[in-house]
Ligand binder design. Structure first.
Ligand code: GDP
Ligand code: MN
Length: 387
């Protein structure tokens, strides 16, 4: 789950990680009132959306007076902000972070992620922080430091020293930096982060370290034990179909293609997406209704796919194990009755109660195209929809 910068900074404050003073605003007047409270200029006005690259898209503005705060807030709020990470349609800005502006001496990059290949926690840092870090990583990989931490033994002073040396930090900051890294690591572990990124982590003109930006993502599988963070969820920022699917515990991800697919089991779903691609077409979604799905889940899953305007055809690929084929068939029929099917649907069923499932589908009078095997199914739907 992604959270906003202002929320990540609240977590930072709770873990004694220095951040600029500031607060969240939902209107230009609000922004001005907050700026006044900060008691000095410049003030930074920052769009709060679940995407980075805001600086490049005009979503981070430095204001030197209340008038400038007013005009910056007016320019950013209520409109879509397009950044290199949002896609061309952008993301609508509903909230602003109004912060004290800092005098920056140096911009560093700092992040913590789980490294799956070593099963360790990886800290990544660089002296070349700021808005062009992706370019640095591509062209100047030597400027990126990586340190691996064994999650069982945790962070040790040697790790912090190694990163500080790699960043060429002055000795005067060594103590503060170690405390900062230890607190960030603590936050990462305690809140089950899948990503914690600060870009830039700045050294101010006053020689202090401050997290100027904050990006935190929480592992969805740990949300059951992160109730406080779950309150930060902002469904306005999420794909509406994905929000709908999450209500029914469906594993659904919206994609760019035009062939919707409903499958049981994540592995079979991946294989089905590969098959669709191998025929030259693109899947419109990933949907695993789950091994033990019931009729209602199937119905909701199918309805969500049919509600996606990009979907020009649907491929249902079910291997009846725990989810029996007749249960699947009932779910499909129910959804079709309620939503109406306006696109071709190819269906491939195998496994438990397959005959009964086919009978239910045949008796429904729905216009469904049956397929013999996986290749046949993917080929048929692509042929009908076109590539
Ligand atoms: P992002 O573009 O979405 O990553 O947004 P950031 O929060 O990283 O801000 C983008 C850039 O704005 C930073 O890299 C800084 O160069 C600049 N910036 C943000 N806050 C301040 C500030 O308080 N003072 C100054 N001088 N620049 C700032
Ligand atoms: Mn940033």
């Amino acid at each position: 789950m992604k959270i906003h910068e202002y929320q990540a900074k609240e977590l930072f404050r709770n873990h004694h990680i220095p951040v600029p003073e500031g607060n969240v605003a939902v209107s230009p007047d609000d922004a001005c009132a907050l700026a006044e409270k900060l008691g000095g200029f410049p003030v930074v006005v920052k769009a709060q959306i679940h995407a980075g690259g805001r600086g490049k898209g005009g979503g981070v503005k430095l204001a030197r007076s209340l008038d400038e705060v007013q005009s910056a807030a007016t320019a950013i709020l209520g409109r879509p902000l397009v950044t290199p990470q949002t896609g061309p349609q952008g993301k609508k800005v509903r909230k602003l972070l109004v912060e004290q502006g800092l005098d920056i001496d140096q911009e560093l990059y700092f992040s913590i992620i789980p490294d799956r290949s070593t099963a360790k926690i990886m800290i990544i840092a660089s002296r070349a922080g700021g808005m062009d870090i992706e370019e640095v990583a591509a062209k100047d990989p030597d400027k990126i430091i990586r340190v691996l931490i064994n999650p069982l033994t945790g962070i040790e002073p040697g790790h912090c020293k190694e990163i500080a040396a790699g960043l060429n930090l002055p000795d005067s900051l060594a103590g503060d930096f170690s405390t900062l890294v230890e607190n960030l690591y603590g936050l990462f572990i305690e809140t089950d982060c899948s990503l914690l990124e600060i870009n830039p982590l700045v050294i101010t003109a006053q020689e202090t370290l401050v997290a100027l930006d904050a990006k935190v993502e929480i592992d969805d599988n740990a949300l059951f034990r992160q109730k406080d963070i779950l309150k930060f969820r902002d469904t306005d920022e999420e794909d509406p179909l994905e929000v709908e699917a999450s209500k029914y515990n469906l594993n659904y991800i919206n994609l760019d293609g035009n062939i919707g697919n409903m499958v049981n089991g994540a592995g079979l779903a991946m294989a089905t997406m590969d098959l669709i691609k191998s025929t030259g077409a693109e899947p419109a979604n990933f949907l695993d209704v789950g091994g033990g799905a019931d009729e209602e889940m199937v119905e909701n899953g199918f309805r969500i796919i049919l509600n996606d305007a990009n979907v020009k055809g649907v491929l249902i690929n079910i291997f009846g194990g725990i989810l029996r084929c007749d249960v699947l068939a009932e779910g499909v029929v129910q959804a079709a009755r309620k939503t109406g099917i306006n696109v071709p649907v190819v269906i491939r069923l195998q496994g438990t109660n397959v005959e009964k499932g086919r009978e239910i589908l045949a008796a429904s009078g729905l216009n469904l195209i049956t397929a013999e095997d996986l290749n046949d199914a993917a080929g048929k739907i692509t042929e009908i929809v076109g590539k």
